[in-house]
Ligand binder design. Structure first.
Ligand code: HEM
Length: 212
């Protein structure tokens, strides 16, 4: 017949179980204390648990604020571009790709001092991107005329990425080329720039056909 709980026999069994558990615990603890290796392991585990708990309960650390710089709208010579390598007082970084200049300041972790693509900051990155060699970025004017079609297509693909991520600033001027006066134009990026360019050429063509 099964013993009912509450009977003296059941209470004795419970007591027995408890003392067994206590015995196990005390032998477990004395085992740990006796061996320095075990003590070290327990210490390491405790530190890891503390770190995990701390990292989960730590309040959100605010991200460092990225300074918002006024938008730039102008053309650059390759020499003027070199000043914008992220080391200036405002930290602005410009990169030229395929004849267009982009403000990549928000990508400072890539193009700023110490970043993997630091060499692109304040330079023309076209050739480096085409050749997939960071050190081929240049601060001399590069007309890219010796690059083959595959390399030029690669540059265009890279430029698409820059267009999507960063603000278009203006043209990279060829030596002797006059900068465009953008003072009357609204700054709305390269898309507008392209549209404006094609509109201008359409108007020019219409004007030309009228005068013919
Ligand atoms: C072992 C070689 C390389 C590895 C593992 C690598 C890895 C990466 C990764 C993971 C990103 C994306 C970062 C992100 O969006 O968070 C990136 C972006 C980029 N990589 Fe590389 N890369 C390598 C070589 C190169 C080379 C040789 C070039 C150019 C010559 C290059 C140019 C770029 C550029 C322009 C970006 C875009 C950065 C941006 O978002 O503005 N990479 N790379």
């Amino acid at each position: 017949m099964a013993e009912k709980s509450g009977t003296p026999a059941a209470t004795a069994a419970q007591d027995g179980q408890q003392s067994q558990q206590q015995q196990f615990l005390s032998s477990f603890i004395s085992e740990i204390i006796r061996s320095p290796v075990n003590l070290i392991l327990v210490g390491v585990i405790a530190i890891l648990i503390y770190k995990i708990v701390k990292s989960r309960t730590r309040p959100e650390v605010p991200l460092p604020e990225v300074k918002k710089l006024p938008k730039l709208r102008r053309d650059f010579t390759i020499e003027e571009l070199t000043k914008y390598d992220g080391k200036g007082s405002d930290g602005r970084i410009l990169v030229a790709v395929n004849g267009s200049v982009y403000d990549v300041t928000r990508g400072a972790k890539f193009y700023g001092p110490g970043g993997p693509y630091e060499a692109f900051g304040g330079r023309d990155a076209s050739r480096a991107l085409a050749r997939f060699a960071v050190d081929a970025a240049t601060d001399k004017y590069d007309d890219l005329s010796d690059l083959n079609t595959t390399e030029m297509n690669s540059i265009k693909e890279w430029e698409e990425q820059f267009k999507e991520r960063y603000d278009y600033v203006g043209k990279l001027l060829k030596p002797g080329e006059t900068p465009t006066n953008y003072s009357d134009e609204e700054d709305e990026g390269s898309q507008q720039e392209t549209e404006a360019k094609s509109e201008n050429s359409e108007t020019d063509a219409a004007a030309k056909s009228k005068s013919d």
